[in-house]
Structure formats: C-alpha cells, structure tokens
Design a protein around this ligand. Structure first.
Ligand code: FEO
Ligand code: CA
Ligand code: CA
Ligand code: CA
Length: 611
C-alpha cells in the first residue's frame, strides 16, 4: 500500500552540501539551537560543569551524562512542554577526565564513568521567546546511571545465570550501560537499549579463566574495551563475578513520569547488543517489538506479546513485555535473484516449540535461550546481516525499515546483504504478510544501497550505490532512522568522516531525509568534526525536532581515542599533551573541550521540519 499522501511535496527544503567543518549545517530557513550538552545541570544543586574535566564522580551523577544517543519526547503540554528522555551511551576518557586522564587510575574515575552512562530525564519547555529550556529543579528531572537499582523481569529473571554474590536472587541489577538507541511504548514509557555491554567486563586474573562459548560469542574478553572498571569494582571482573555480564544486554523500560520508579530489564525481549526497540500493534492488538543486534553478521529480531494491548489498562500494559514469543529474521532471494528483493520468514526462538532448540543441549530452559539469544539464532539459521542498527515503521502503512550500517569484513554475500567488504551500508525494508506486524512471513526490498559515485563513478559497480544515491547526497553508514508523522524517513549516519578515498565527497556524519515512495534522498544536516548524528524526537506538531550530536572530536576507537595508528610511538598521555583536544572544539569553539549535545531544530517560519 502507498503511504498517505502529504499536502505538497514531502521534501520541501533545499539540500545542504557536504562539509568537513567543525559546525552544524542546516538548510536555509532553519535554525539549530545547542541544548543540554554533557555536564549540563538538571537539579537545583547540580554543580557547574568544569571545562578542564575535573568534575568528580558524585558531581557527574548530578549532571547530564555523556554521548547522547536515542531519545524520546513525552508531552506534558503538547508541543510547548514535555519530558525529553535521552540515552548516554558511553564516554571518551580523554574528554571525560582532566589532562592526566588515565594517571592515576582511581575509583572516582570509575565512578564518574559509570555516572556518565545511562539516561537523563529532562523537563523541557518553550520560553516566551519560543526557545526551549530545561526546567532545572523540576521534580521530573532524573539521572539513571550505571549504578541505579533496577529489576530483571520476565522468563529469565532469577535464573541461575543471572545470580551474583551481591544479588543471589538474580533479580536486582545495579545500572544500565551502553544505552544506544531507544523506543517508546504505547503506554507512554521509555525503552532504553543496552548495546556493547561486553566492553565493560574484563579480568585481572592471570591467566584469564577459559571463556565459555557464550562469552566468546558475546565478545567478552580479558582486556574488555579498555574501561578498566574491573580494577576498582569486582562486579566488572568476570573471573570474580562470571554472571554480572549476563545482567546487561537487555531492553530496559523506564516510566519517566515517576522519578522514583525502578527501571525494568525485560528479559522476554532477549539478550544481545540491542540497537533500538520499535513498537507496533498487531492486527489482533498483540504488541510487537522490532529489534536489531548491532554486530557484523548478527540478526534482526521481533518480539510478539502473548497478551493484547488495552489502552484502559495504562501502565499495566508493561507486563505484556514479560510474556511472548521471540523470533529472528531469515531473508531469502525470492522468485528472482539479483533484484534486491525477496521474501522472508520469522524463525521462532522457543525451547519447547522449536524442535531445533528442543534438541539442543546447550539450552536447558527458555531462560537460557533468551540469555543466549545469539546462540539460539545461530542454531535456527537466521540471516547474517550487515550490522542491524535502528528499525522504524512507517506511521501509516506499517512498512518496516532497518538500517544496516556497514560490514567491511563480509565475505559471503546474499541478496539482502549483497556486497562483500560492505563499507557503505544499506537500508532494507519489508512488508509483513497481510500488513500484520505479528505475521510469520514478509516481502522485502532494499530501499537504498548506500554508496559513493564520487569514488566509484561506474554505476554498475555496487560500490557506487543504488539509483537514489548521487554525488550530491552520497553518505555512508546509515544508523539512526525514524519516520515523522507525515511519513518522511529521517536517516542519520555514524560512519567514516575522512572525506577521502572510498569516502571522498561524503564529508562529516550527517542527516538526510527520504521520501519512501519516490525513494528520493536529500541531505538535511551535516555535523561537526568526528561526531555521529543520532537520536530523533519530535514535538507532537513536528515543528520542533531534537537530534543528538554524539562524540564530537572522536578520532579512534572508544573509550580512548586516538588509536595507536595515529599516535605513532607516543603514549596516549604524551600524544594528548602534545595535541590537546585536537579534533573538535564543538560546541563551544575557540579551544573548548568537545561535548556531546542535543540540537533543537526549527524552521524559521514556524513550519513543520522538513516540509
Ligand atoms: Fe550504538 Fe549501533 O550504535
Ligand atoms: Ca530476489
Ligand atoms: Ca547507533
Ligand atoms: Ca553508533
């Protein structure tokens, strides 16, 4: 079915050119307001952010977190006042701490890093001049961090694999980590999704204990990602607490309107490196949640609740997320091969009902299927995708879109993931049978094969991208995607910003808008140096758009950038001493420390953003 027609052309702005500057670029007739950067106050007693990185761990707990990511707006007074709830995915140590940032390595630095993660709930309002402000001191304002008490619910709650020394019940976890993208429920709560949780776990034991197959599959390693939390907190040392890592990698539900409420880790949705959680209602009112596992050659999942949504039950609908079926997607070529479209099916991950899993001794119970969902999905033969990032559904048709960001290591191709060494990514979309989100089969096609006609002018070369990619809109690595109410598809990128070689002419990470029917894609925004663009929320009238600029100035792998290839023989401390804050000064400019921040985008004539 065709999307609902918009009045006038769907895309009404003049495209912006690519840029490698250290600034936000928006179309003519639009304004961008920098909002709530890392370290901003939320509470009446929030300490001032210090530009030299010397705020303590306790101070960080009273400030906005770092690396803003997925976000939702919850109206209080329509489009004038609401709760802006946002994720804080990770941190960059060279910016989080002062000059000698790794030396000495202290318990307070671990505390600060834990408190820079999680979620911020911000009561926001438009002032008399039409500018958005945070209502500092509002009782709604809240920081949820890597230390906040939360509850495990659903089929895996209390399982032996979730019990630790501190929590023999297997029910009570401290904190949420690597809060990547998000979701909003039909009962007005927030979903925050735990992505690369593995990187926080490491061990000081020598030799390191032999890892289980599940630890290997989930990427838990003796060195972790360099966060070094295990040196001060035993729960992050997997030789001491082998089950703590199993308590991360979940979708977490938060009620932003009750600041004292305990967040719930909903285990029925499975454990993997969650990107976002897109909720949709099935024809019979069961709740469906689409989810991507963002790793090269990992999978797309969907959860279908057993019970049905009943608006009159309000928050009690949350229990729908504790009982249901988890499925993983298989994409097949269909009747013709080579046309980038085909058919697909949803494979059930159920210990009792799927004979493959019933016969697999690695899973004693359904709880173990959920805790080790990746292993179960491997066993049933799901399709290995090019890093599933955000999933979104068209507001009128229910058509589902998933950004597959890139997979430069891919060797074996299939029709939905058609390129080896895929550096650019693609967006796949599918239509569920009968347009019912709970259907077991679907038809799919590639909406765009991102590519670079500047670097690869031969349009027969798949690296040049599909027909809707041109030298004017070329981009790599689609990540955040989402529809507005009129059916514009917003596409945000988190990719290579070198602007050279395979990426020549693509500039910094950016945001584009697409018309799902014509497939036209137009560049709307370019971000500052070293950032990714992520997070997408609108006021109900779609006249205010909130996005996030994450990790400006990041030049290597996190949490510590730049990597050894840039430093040469210099140690990290020596390198930064010689190149202080070399990569971005956004948003302060003039030598400031780069900070993740929200950006509020409005049209100067007060119109709908994108129109
Ligand atoms: Fe946190 Fe897959 O991006
Ligand atoms: Ca085909
Ligand atoms: Ca992302
Ligand atoms: Ca990302």
């Amino acid at each position: 079915p065709a999307p609902a027609p918009a009045a006038g052309p769907l895309l009404g702005f003049a495209a912006v050119a690519t840029s490698s500057g250290d600034a936000i670029v928006v179309p003519a007739g639009y304004s961008a307001q920098i909002f709530t950067p890392w370290g901003s106050p939320l509470f009446s007693d929030s300490p001032a952010w210090r530009a030299d990185g010397t705020n303590t761990g306790e101070e960080q707990a009273r400030q906005v977190g770092d690396n803003h990511d997925g976000m939702s707006y919850f109206p209080i007074d329509g489009s004038n006042e609401g709760l802006l709830v946002m994720n804080h995915e990770y941190c960059n140590y060279e910016y989080l701490f002062g000059a000698e940032f790794m030396t000495p390595w202290t318990a307070d630095k671990v505390s600060k890093a834990l408190n820079a993660h999680g979620v911020s709930v911000l009561h926001v309002k438009k002032n008399g001049a039409g500018r958005w402000e945070v209502h500092i001191g509002s009782p709604y304002n809240r920081r949820i961090t890597g230390k906040t008490p939360m509850t495990l619910t659903g089929p895996a709650a209390g399982d032996a694999l979730l019990r630790t020394t501190a929590d023999p019940s297997g029910l009570n976890v401290l904190g949420t980590l690597n809060n990547c993208a998000n979701g909003k429920t039909l009962w007005n709560t927030y979903l925050t999704c735990e992505e690369n949780f593995n990187g926080y776990f490491a061990t000081a034991a020598s030799p390191a204990p032999t890892r289980s197959a599940a630890f290997v599959r989930y990427g838990i390693s003796a060195g972790g990602s360099g966060y070094r939390w295990h040196e001060h907190e035993d729960r992050f040392d997997y030789a001491k607490e082998p089950n703590e890592a199993n308590r991360f990698g979940w979708v977490v539900e938060i009620n932003p309107f009750e600041p004292g409420s305990t967040p719930k880790k909903r285990t029925a949705l499975g454990r993997f490196k969650h990107e976002n959680a897109e909720m949709r209602l099935a024809a019979d009112k069961r709740v469906v949640v689409y989810m991507g596992d963002d790793q090269a050659n990992d999978y797309i999942y969907k959860f279908v609740s057993d019970g049905v949504f009943d608006a009159s039950r309000g928050l009690a609908n949350g229990n729908l997320l504790d009982a249901g079926k988890l499925y993983v997607a298989k994409f097949d070529a269909g009747a013709a091969s080579g046309d980038f479209m085909g058919v697909g099916e949803w494979l059930l991950l159920d210990k009792a009902a799927n004979p493959t899993l019933a016969a697999d001794a690695r899973f004693a119970t359904q709880a173990e299927v959920l805790i080790h969902a990746r292993l179960a999905a491997d066993a049933v033969g799901a399709t290995k995708m090019d890093r599933p990032e955000w999933i979104t559904t068209h507001p009128q048709t229910g058509e589902v879109y998933c950004a597959l960001t890139n997979n430069s290591g891919r060797t074996t191709t299939d029709e939905a993931n058609p390129r080896a060494q895929n550096r650019y990514g693609q967006i796949v979309r599918w239509r569920e049978a009968g347009d019912d989100a709970a259907a077991m089969t679907f038809e799919w096609d590639l909406f765009v094969l991102a590519g670079n006609p500047v670097a690869y002018p031969d349009r027969q070369d798949l690296r040049s991208g599909s027909a809707n990619v041109s030298a004017d809109n070329t981009f790599n690595s689609p990540d955040g995607i989402g529809f507005d109410g009129a059916g514009r598809l917003w596409i945000q990128t988190d990719g290579n910003f070198s602007n050279s070689g395979d990426y020549a002419g693509q500039g910094n990470n950016q945001m584009l808008v697409a018309d799902p029917e014509s497939k036209e894609i137009r560049r709307f925004l370019v971000g500052p140096s070293g950032c990714e663009i992520t997070g997408l929320a609108f006021s109900p009238d779609y006249r205010t758009m909130f996005i996030n600029v994450q990790h400006p100035g990041e030049a290597g792998s996190h949490p510590r950038a730049p990597d050894a290839s840039m430093r040469g023989s210099l140690s990290m401390d020596e390198y930064l001493a010689q190149n202080p804050l070399a990569f971005s000064q956004w948003p302060e400019a003039g030598g400031g420390r780069p900070r993740s921040a929200t950006v509020v985008i409005t049209k100067d004539d007060g119109g709908v953003v994108g129109s």
